[in-house]
Ligand binder design. Structure first.
Ligand code: MN
Length: 317
């Protein structure tokens, strides 16, 4: 087993790995800053997970909270998970769905969808959560858009550890969320200090982040702001908390298709991204979001260079 810190290569093999990857702060709209943990230069994906933003905990009392105007997506699923707060999702299928902690909003873009995520004026004081994307495999990228809300998810109680299987499979437990590749997304809440072993699928690669508290995971010390990549080949994940701690486990079968990710689009080629941008700017394909009250976000200009498909480790193809 190798252990490394940021700066070393993320191994491609089937051996377990342990690489701590610090995230970076990104402004989101005018009112919020998020911690972006994926994609990173050396690690674009963990399974089909291709985007991980951790926001908060923020005190948003007297402030707008989450204000993401209508914008388009293609080639991905969005996963919204809250620890604190409330956000209202609206999309171009006509879905209007508030989400509160412990619930899942899952939007599958297929070929195209638009949505907004907005805090109501009377929103709770705290806002804390994750915005995650799952890349869609080839055929699903050109498929139908759909939206799912899950108010109830499977929860496993084991002493001081409470595990919620948000997406995919963890051991014998399966989330009802509809996904397109073998993945796992699970929240682990430890209410006291202690050691636990999480049974995981050795054919998956895994990564863990801490949302609050601190933990020692597979011999690495982990605090909010970094992603710990754990490679493949593990059947158990040792987790030790020294205080009440909330973690999120991400994993999946390594995603083999090279992808282009630009703005809110995931595609297989430069041409697909150019087409998606053009369709959004010209009011085609993505539909419109009713009732959000904010103007749709214009797409930024395309970069002057061609976008190259990259594999999961950031290598151009
Ligand atoms: Mn979005």
């Amino acid at each position: 087993m190798s252990q490394a810190v940021y700066g070393c290569t993320v191994a491609a093999g089937t051996e377990p790995d342990s690489v701590l990857l610090p995230g970076h702060d990104v402004p989101l709209g005018r009112f919020a800053t998020v911690r972006r943990l994926l994609p990173q230069q050396r690690l674009r994906m963990v399974g089909a997970w291709c985007f991980v933003d951790h926001f908060g905990p923020d005190d948003v009392s007297g402030r707008p909270g989450m204000q993401v105007p209508p914008h388009p997506h293609t080639g991905l699923q969005t996963v919204t998970w809250l620890v604190d707060g409330e956000i209202e999702h609206r999309d171009s299928l006509g879905s209007v769905q508030p989400i509160v902690p412990g619930q899942l909003n899952l939007m599958s873009s297929g070929y195209g969808i638009a949505h907004s995520e907005w805090s109501a004026p009377d929103h709770p004081a705290a806002l804390h959560g994750l915005q995650l994307w799952l890349a869609l495999p080839g055929p699903a990228r050109h498929g139908e858009a759909r939206f799912e809300h899950h108010a109830q998810l499977p929860v496993i109680h084991d002493g001081d550890l409470t595990t919620t299987v948000v997406v995919g499979d963890l051991g014998p437990v399966r989330s009802p969320a509809g996904v397109y590749t073998p993945v796992v997304g699970a929240e682990l809440v430890l209410t006291a200090s202690g050691r636990h072993r999480i049974e995981v699928d050795p054919s998956f690669e895994h990564a863990v982040l801490v949302m609050s508290g601190t933990a020692r995971v597979a011999d690495a010390d982990l605090a909010p702001g970094s992603l710990l990549y754990l490679g493949r080949g593990r059947s158990q994940l040792p987790v030790e908390a020294r205080e009440p701690t909330r973690l999120f486990l991400l994993g999946g079968e390594p995603f083999e298709e090279p992808l282009v990710m630009w703005w809110n689009f995931v595609g297989a080629s430069h041409e697909e991204i150019v087409q998606a941008r053009q369709d959004w700017q010209q009011g085609r394909r993505f539909g419109s979001v009713a009732g959000c009250g904010a103007a749709p976000l214009p797409a930024p200009a395309m970069p002057s260079v061609r976008l190259k498909p990259r594999d999961r480790q950031g290598r151009t193809i």
